[in-house]
Design a protein around this ligand. Structure first.
Ligand SMILES: Cc1ncc(COP(=O)(O)O)c(C=O)c1O
Length: 407
């Protein structure tokens, strides 16, 4: 198990006071905090190595290029990609999913063909497909959740038809915490020649992910949710998929030869990384991966499972509090959405903020899921490796206080 007190010392922001109280940061599903090593790496990059990459024949340019490509190797190892060329740097999960929708989707999906999504998707893995469906005359089909907030792999078999061409699904819900049985679902999809896109924004930061074992075609995640900086994300794609996929952004670096009449595109990954890349951010993401690997992703997962079990049992003791999503930490991550009966979620967040506790309220970019749950909004507490059971006790205390204020 991990030494949380030692880990906490690596995160300068955790010593901040908010409204005179120690900060309790439970908004990790939105973005994570950054350890000293990531902050130092970014600072060192700008102070000592800053240059544009892949172009300069000077020392700084070579150093910056090596740092950038080294980070690509780290990402590839982290998610067990077969080769670093399968890692495309983007600005985040949203950009990665849009890239697949526009580059792969436009080419491969036509009139009356079907895409399967789930009702628990983040808008990032729903709206791009919806737009493509409008443009290309496609049909969207949605897997529903059961009362426990889960989707069974068999449900997929039931709605796949010969017209189904794509399954785009979240690995872990950013509201329910549900970890979907994506390995089984990918197997079912491939049996029917259906391509698979995984939104791993909430899974890659919190549990070991092995893209070769999953056998997914594409997988997307963001650096800022896994201790790295904002402005960088990843699109993993199998080499054969990326080689067939046309580029979507055009400009410098993604080209091999340019003539006035035509252009020959570069090999992967450069083909998808037009223009100046987010170099400092990529290097910072490399440092975040170093940090997570030092702790061990199995340990991160175990710690969060223990926090989740504890939080589920503690919050369940509060009368009038409804928790959404599975009650079993084996099939869920450390994201807990809830409502306090009769109290608006914004009021809950405000009282908790006065106690120094940061949670998120609203629909968490998952409006269709909230519609399915028949609620306008929810409160969400989400954990990471630096959170503690004592903080969960204070959350419980804050919620009991909220009830006293409003009821
Ligand atoms: C499941 C899921 N998908 C996609 C995203 C979008 O990530 P980003 O805003 O970093 O592009 C998020 C962010 O909250 C998410 O939780």
């Amino acid at each position: 198990m991990i030494d949380v007190n030692k880990i906490r010392q690596d995160f300068p922001i955790l010593s901040r006071k908010i409204n005179g109280k120690n900060l309790i940061y439970f908004d990790n599903a939105a973005t994570s905090q950054k350890p000293e090593s990531v902050l130092k790496t970014i600072d060192d990059y700008y102070r000592n190595h800053n240059a544009n990459i892949h172009r300069a024949i000077h020392t700084l340019g070579e150093e910056a290029t090596a740092m950038y490509e080294n980070a690509r190797n780290k990402v590839a190892n982290f998610i067990k990609a077969a080769r670093p060329e399968e890692i495309i740097f983007t600005s985040g999960t949203t950009a990665s999913l849009n890239l697949v929708a526009y580059a792969w989707g436009r080419l491969n999906l036509s009139q009356n063909e079907e895409i399967i999504l789930t009702v628990m998707e983040h808008h990032s893995n729903l709206v791009p497909w919806q737009q493509l469906a409008f443009e290309n005359g496609l049909t969207l089909k949605y897997l529903e959740i059961d009362e426990s907030g889960t989707i069974k792999a068999d449900a997929l078999e039931e709605i796949i038809t010969p017209k189904t061409k794509l399954l785009a699904i979240t690995h872990m819900s950013n509201v329910l915490g549900t970890i979907n049985p994506i390995k089984e679902m990918i197997k079912v999809a491939h049996r029917h020649n259906v391509t698979t896109v995984i939104d791993a924004a909430q899974s890659v930061p919190h549990l070991p992910v092995n893209v070769q074992s999953l056998d997914c075609d594409f997988l997307a995640f963001s650096g800022h949710k896994m201790l790295g900086p904002t402005g960088v994300g990843v699109l993993y794609g199998k080499q054969k998929q990326l080689e067939k996929m046309p580029p979507f952004f055009f400009g410098g670096h993604m080209i091999k030869e340019v003539y006035l009449e035509k252009t020959l595109f570069n090999e992967i990954p450069a083909k998808f990384e037009a223009g100046t890349s987010p170099i400092a951010q990529v290097v910072g993401l490399g440092a975040a991966i170093d940090y997570l690997e030092k702790i061990g992703m199995d340990n991160v997962r175990e710690h969060e499972k223990a926090l989740t079990d504890y939080a589920l049992s503690q919050l369940a003791q509060i009368e009038g509090l409804t928790i959404y999503g599975p009650k079993n930490s084996q099939i869920r991550g450390g994201v807990i959405a809830f409502n306090l009966h009769g109290i608006h979620s914004h009021d809950v967040a405000q009282i908790l903020d006065a106690e120094g506790i940061a949670i998120r309220v609203g629909n968490h970019c998952a409006m269709p899921l909230h519609t399915a749950l028949q609620i306008p909004a929810s409160c969400r507490a989400s954990f990471y490796l630096y959170n503690t059971k004592e903080e969960i006790d204070l959350l419980k205390k804050g919620l009991l206080k909220t009830k006293k204020v409003f009821l």
